[in-house]
Each structure stands twice: as structure tokens, then as C-alpha cells.
Design a protein around this ligand. Structure first.
Ligand code: SAH
Ligand code: SF4
Length: 405
């Protein structure tokens, strides 16, 4: 087995583009404090200033130093001279017939990523992206056909939450108590990309989202979905502590190798080993097993029985996802009766087995349909085959492969 993977090579360093001012959004508290000291803020005051600026950004949703009225005018001007407060630009916003909103966001370098907001009764889930494209090539996933362009920075990850809160008018209002009616009550890392191949930025961004003096989302309202980057699973428990979802999708190595090629690197046995430790390490109740229902591929009664046998002993919920089709997809969605029969076996074995209702299908916002049309680069068939053989390789003329960097 290979050593744990770091992805720094793909990550734009947290340094502003030439000529641009460093962005305070996306910095951890420590980084923010260091940045303030750098521009001459006395060390003794730096903690207090960090707290004040933090609140402006993440509690009130302010994007202009000018509006930070508990800071002196001269200090606000100094801040404005040295720093920016920037979030991705919203290029388009599509609203589905069912209320789902899909944002196409532009980030530095002109790249685009998608973020999806799914309103539900009394709550709402924001599905955010962690990379532009994905180095992995799961054969049923639209994002997997797009070349990886780069990892998102922490600012771009947390920026997706800020942009959605802007659009949903969710910021706290001066003179009023903290808003409890949360439009974005949950965050899931289930958009474009493999979050555990961009670990540090995802962790920093989620720490910001969880911070009690800002957006203040509980770690139990954040779910990170991974295809199975085994060496990073324990770190996720220890350093983020959020809920974990795992893209399981198959009950034999042979089938999982074809659906989720990272299985060739870390097979079911290795994956299940890491999952058994997760609840204890993260002090969370249960793991969500995501299982995409593909007609005649992974949807038999036998699969359902094997599934419950494999995960025995792991506190789990099994989320059955009817396959969401995309143009040129090589699979079909399982019939409804098949999905229900599968769910029934899982349920009778003692596991919750909800069938996920596809949302926002009319705007191609459903799980696994995200792929920015603007990134023209497309993997060739040969490339996909070669990557599947090597598990998770990279693009021809793109950055180095995720797990070989
Ligand atoms: N890369 C991460 C997170 C993004 S994908 C991961 O793979 O877990 C979020 C979920 O959508 C995963 O469970 C993924 O397997 C699933 N998915 C991908 N394509 C899909 C499709 N076309 N239909 C239904 N689910 C899909
Ligand atoms: Fe990447 Fe997840 Fe899609 Fe697989 S399912 S290609 S890991 S985004």
C-alpha cells in the first residue's frame, strides 16, 4: 500500500494572485491573526481584532472593511489597503421546479464550479464542491468525465457557503437576536471533486463554518462524502469530526473496481477496516453508506444481502440513490420495484434504508450530474480506461495524478 497522499501540488497556495491583495476570507483564526500582525496590528490587540473581523465576515456577512464600524476609520483604511474580502462570482443561478437552486460560480483562473442548494421542510442542505473536476473516474459519475483542473482553496470552499447565504438572505440582522431559522442548516461535501484529495483546505473551510462566533454549524450537520481515500479517513475523524458518507456502491471487489476505481488501490477490506474505527474516533453515531442503484449491475437481492453482511457491526444508514442519468452515461437507473425490494432487505436487516429522491433533475443539479460545461477538457475513452486500470490517475496534460503525486 502506498503512503498517505498529499495534494499540495495541485493546490494553489493561499497567496493572492499577482497584484491582488490577500483574501481574509478562508483564513483560519491563526492565519488571520498573523496577517493582522503583519500589517502592524499590535500583538496585544491582535486577538481582539481577529474576533471583531471574524464576526463581521461570518456572523454579519459583511464584505467591505468600510462597514466594520467598531474598528477605527484609519484601521479600516489600512485593512482595505492590504486585504480583500472576496468570494466566488455567481455566473448563473438556476432554480428548479422543486425549488432546488444551482449556482455556477467563477473562481480565480476563470474556472467554474457548481454548488447546489436543496430546500426541505424546515431545513436546507447546501451541496458544495471541493475541486474543479475530479481526478477519479467513477464510471457512473458525470464529474468523473471532466479533467481535474485544480483543488479549491479554503476561501473558495467557504465562499460557496457565503454566496448561498447571501442569496438566501440568511445573515444575522443588527439589533436582532441570532437567527434560528436556518436556510442552510446542513452542508454536504457531495458536489464536484474528492474532498479527501484536498484535505487541508476542506478541513480549514469546515472549521470556519463550524466556528461558534460565525456561521456556527454543528459538526453533526456537516457530511463529508468520500469515494474511499482510506489513509485520510482517520484524519477526517480527528481533525474535522464531521459525519462521514462513503460512496460504497458495490458489494464485491470485482464490481467496485469497475464502478469506483479507487477500490483497486484500497479494496473493500481496507475500506471497511477504516470505517469500523470512524465512529469511535469522531464520536459520531453512524456512517452513511451511499449506494447508487444501477440496473443489473449492483442491484440484486444477493447484493443487498452481501451489503448488510459486509457492514455488520458498523453503525450505519444506507442511502439508496436512484442513478441520475447524464448524456452518454453507460448505465440505467434500476426499476423502482427493484430499488424497493433492495431497500426492504436492508431495512429488515436492521438498517435505515431511505431512497434518496432526486432533486433538481430538470436543471441537472442531482447527485453526480455536476460538470461545468465551460471546462471543455474531456477525458478520452483511452484515458478513462488507463486511469481505471491504475485507479484514479490524472489527466494527460493536466496536473499529476491525485494518488501518484
Ligand atoms: N467524490 C465524493 C463526493 C462527490 S459525489 C464521492 O465520490 O463520494 C457525491 C455522491 O454522488 C457520491 O456518493 C457519488 O458516488 C454519487 N454519484 C455520482 N454520480 C452519480 C449519479 N450519476 N447518480 C447518482 N449518484 C451519483
Ligand atoms: Fe470523483 Fe466522487 Fe465522481 Fe467518483 S463519484 S468521480 S470520486 S466526484
Amino acid at each position: 500500500m502506498t503512503a498517505p497522499i498529499t495534494q499540495d501540488v495541485l493546490t494553489i497556495p493561499r497567496k493572492a494572485p499577482d497584484g491582488a491583495k490577500p483574501n481574509l476570507i478562508g483564513m483560519t483564526r491563526d492565519q488571520l491573526r498573523a496577517a493582522l500582525i503583519d500589517i502592524g496590528t499590535p500583538e496585544k490587540q491582535s486577538k481582539m481584532r481577529t474576533g471583531q473581523i471574524w464576526q463581521w465576515i461570518y456572523y454579519w456577512g459583511v464584505r467591505e472593511f468600510e462597514a466594520m464600524t467598531n474598528l477605527g476609520k484609519a484601521y479600516r483604511e489600512t485593512l482595505a489597503a492590504h486585504f480583500s474580502l472576496s468570494v466566488p462570482d455567481v455566473v448563473t443561478r438556476q432554480v428548479s421546479a422543486d425549488g432546488t437552486r444551482k449556482y455556477l460560480l467563477r473562481i480565480d483562473g476563470g474556472h467554474e464550479v457548481e454548488t447546489v442548494y436543496i430546500p426541505e421542510e424546515g431545513r436546507g442542505t447546501l451541496c458544495i464542491s471541493s475541486q474543479v473536476g475530479c481526478t477519479l473516474t467513477c464510471s457512473f459519475c458525470h464529474t468523473g468525465t471532466q479533467k481535474l483542473v485544480r483543488n479549491l482553496t479554503a476561501a473558495e470552499i467557504v465562499g460557496q457557503v457565503l454566496v448561498a447565504r447571501d442569496d438566501l438572505e440568511e445573515w444575522n440582522i443588527p439589533g436582532e437576536p441570532r437567527r434560528e431559522d436556518r436556510a442552510v442548516s446542513n452542508v454536504v461535501l457531495m458536489g464536484m471533486g474528492e474532498p479527501l484529495y484536498n484535505f487541508d483546505n476542506v478541513r480549514d473551510a469546515m472549521k470556519i463554518v463550524m466556528d461558534g462566533e460565525g456561521i456556527s454549524l454543528s459538526r453533526r450537520r456537516i457530511t463529508l462524502s468520500t469515494s474511499g481515500v482510506v489513509p485520510e479517513i482517520a484524519r477526517t475523524a480527528e481533525e474535522i469530526g464531521c459525519l462521514l458518507a462513503i460512496s460504497f456502491h458495490a458489494t464485491t471487489d470485482a464490481v467496485r473496481d469497475t464502478l469506483v476505481p479507487i477500490n483497486k488501490k484500497w479494496n473493500l477490506d481496507a475500506l471497511l477496516g477504516a470505517l469500523r474505527d470512524y465512529p469511535r474516533l469522531s464520536n459520531s453515531e453512524r456512517i452513511t453508506f451511499e449506494y447508487v442503484m444501477l440496473k443489473d449491475v449492483n442491484d440484486s437481492d444477493e447484493d443487498a444481502r452481501r451489503l448488510v453482511k459486509l457492514i455488520r457491526g458498523i453503525p450505519a444508514k444506507i442511502n439508496l440513490i436512484p442513478f441520475n442519468e447524464w448524456p452518454g452515461a453507460p448505465y440505467q437507473r434500476s426499476d423502482w420495484e427493484r430499488i424497493e425490494a433492495f431497500a426492504d432487505i436492508v431495512f429488515k436487516a436492521g438498517y435505515a434504508s431511505p431512497i434518496r429522491t432526486p432533486r433538481g433533475e430538470d436543471i441537472m443539479a442531482a447527485c453526480g450530474q455536476l460538470k461545468s460545461a465551460t471546462e471543455r477538457g474531456r477525458k478520452t475513452r483511452a484515458q478513462i480506461a488507463a486511469e481505471a486500470a491504475g485507479a484514479g490517475g490524472g489527466a494527460e496534460d493536466g496536473p499529476p495524478p491525485a494518488d501518484q503525486a
